[in-house]
Design a protein around this ligand. Sequence first.
Ligand SMILES: Nc1ncnc2c1ncn2[C@@H]1O[C@H](COP(=O)(O)OP(=O)(O)OP(=O)(O)O)[C@@H](O)[C@H]1O
Length: 201
Amino acid sequence: MDLIGSDLACVRGQREIFAGLGFRAAGGEALLLVGPNGAGKSSLLRLIAGLVRRTAGTLTLDGGDPELTVPEQAHYLGHQDALKTSLSVTENLAFWIDFLGGERSRIDAALDAVALAEIADLPAGFLSAGQRRRLSIARLVAVDRPVWLLDEPTAALDVASQARLAGLMKAHLSAGGIVVAATHGPLGLDDTRELRLGGAA
Ligand SMILES: Nc1ncnc2c1ncn2[C@@H]1O[C@H](COP(=O)(O)OP(=O)(O)OP(=O)(O)O)[C@@H](O)[C@H]1O
């Protein structure tokens, strides 16, 4: 499987964020997007996720499901944790599993994987920033999608949670998945490639 972007361009607020951008990430590979604030790392992730329109270029997932778009085969973990505060941890994950077309039978294992099983019944509004982030990560575990698009995924995570996330990413990569992550620091992965984006600081 290969995620390939060619000659991609992105315009936001009438300003060109990048143009002529190309990358390739193979199954089992982690591609780290690096560069200064405002370089376009989040924009590229959102473009791949189908949340920002590309103004030029092509994006394909060779070896993926030809019936599905790239965004339909990707998980996007953004800065904001998309949670309903009045629903419990379990109910939030159930909502996402239904929305993403997964199986509710995987809720318990996914909450275990992010160490939230003990507070499964707590309303999401009571969660700390790190716990909210872990609940967002749980949907990546609960629903299989080959491409993980992660925007500064370690933000708000303590050391143990960062290690747990590294383990989940490694398992995903070992299973042939792809990780594309915007990051300002190491993610605890052994073997990564970097795509450096330039632009305004
Ligand atoms: N909705 C928007 N409308 C207009 N401009 C935007 C919008 N979102 C982002 N931008 C601009 O696009 C540029 C790239 O932003 P982006 O968030 O992709 O950078 P980044 O590399 O992820 O930065 P950081 O390291 O600070 O997270 C910035 O100049 C930003 O101001």
